[in-house]
Design a protein around this ligand. Sequence first.
Ligand SMILES: [Zn+2]
Length: 390
Amino acid sequence: MDARLVVDQLRVQEIVRGDGRVCYTVVDADCSVVAEADGFLRTCRAGMDRTYAYVLVDHLRWLRFAGLDTGSVSLEDLRHYMAALGADYPGPFGLPWRENKRPYGHSALKTAAACLKGFYLYLGIHGVNPALAEALRVTRLPTRADRRRAMLGHVLHSMPTNPLAPASGCAGIRRCCRRALGRCCWGRCRARGTGWWSRGWPTAVSGSVSCGLRLVDLHLREQAACGQCRGPHVHICHREDNANRARVKTKTPWTWQDNAVCGGTVRRASPAMIHTYFEYITTQYPAQSVHGMLLVSLHGPSQGQPWTTAAARGMLRPAAARVEIGRVVPHAFRHSFATAVLDAARGNAVIAREAGGWASAVTVEQVYGHVDVHDPVFTAALEKVWGTRP
Ligand SMILES: [Zn+2]
């Protein structure tokens, strides 16, 4: 029989259960449920079962196409399968068992790896192909990158690992890339305001946050009126009414009292940030700005208008392309920054969290408590990252 006919027999079926819940399973040509897949999908939480059903149906089609079955497939076979999923196959119909489908991207490959591992571990428990389940059930010692992620608040002794998972991409921007990007942005696009990217601003306050900053949020001198931080700092405040619709996720309450912003999330500003700010405000910032937003477009039809988050991303794209470091999003700067602080603070997650405003703040706080922004260790770590520490 034509291989394509064989693989077309399997498909994902949506099932509406008695209580209204929608589930997903895999059925064969004769509409019979594929028991192994169904059993596994029933163990997946709602929301994941649909994704996993599609991953699984693709995998089961491949098994048939390759003349294999769940009982005999080896780890090596699965590795080939994963490689094929991510491969850009030059044939006219794509990969034969998945016609005209695009190769999986990094995150889809991670999902597929997790699904397949779960599937074969499930089968292993039920006596099918236990050798494969054993091969998939490996753990490893935590790496430095894992310990960085331990900001999530866990103490790591060993990491579950997945031999099928794709090699991890670079989450932050490596220091050398960052420097190259900085040179590129600062040197060539200075007039367009991209200098911001290289001078500490987006690292301390993420890209989208930068777009939501107003001039009044900046307390860039010692002993500011708010009394919340002795050194120069920035208040990150959630606002619904910004002209560029930039909204900060953090919703720490803030107020406007005695003509000064008070509250919000306070981030310390580096000397380089202050320097960039004054250079920008004295030479480039439009004299009359009604919106009071910090980052504005300096050229073109939108001149004088505040940057949107999309514009900020758009600005990074050509710069990243020029220095050939792939796709760079504003958030990556912040990730790099947090990592650098974590290194400088010898793994003190609270300090890194405080410096970078890490998202999983709640967990870290529960585990480690809170760090004072004037803590000497905190200051030392920041200064090391800022490059101002002798
Ligand atoms: Zn302040």
